[in-house]
Design a protein around this ligand. Structure first.
Ligand SMILES: [Zn+2]
Length: 100
């Protein structure tokens, strides 16, 4: 199923993502690892489960990780999107709110 929409090598995948970064959201939806940011409710993709899902297809964990981490929809966190994760001010506010 996955190999119907995904190219068979990483270079081709990189080209698709360069043209259309949102393509990653479709892939994540198919492998069921799309997240919703707890701060801004934006849809995003936590990198670890996605890389683990795609690894069997490409057999290159490091290459996938390096390729995907630059996508704007990717986050290193599983709860907060990359946009909020990159904004320490917002993150601090969120942590303060949780303490209240
Ligand atoms: Zn967010």
């Amino acid at each position: 199923m996955l190999n119907l929409i995904l190219p068979s090598n990483l270079d081709a995948l990189r080209e698709i993502l360069d043209e259309d970064p949102e393509f990653l959201l479709d892939v994540a939806a198919m492998v069921n690892c799309l997240g919703t940011c707890r701060l801004c409710e934006r849809r995003f993709v936590p990198i670890t489960p996605l890389v683990e899902s795609l690894e069997p297809l490409y057999g290159d964990f490091k290459g996938l990780h390096a390729l995907l981490r630059h996508n704007p929809y990717i986050s290193l966190s599983e709860a907060i999107c990359g946009f909020c994760h990159a904004d320490p001010g917002l993150l601090n506010m969120f942590q303060k709110m949780k303490k209240l």
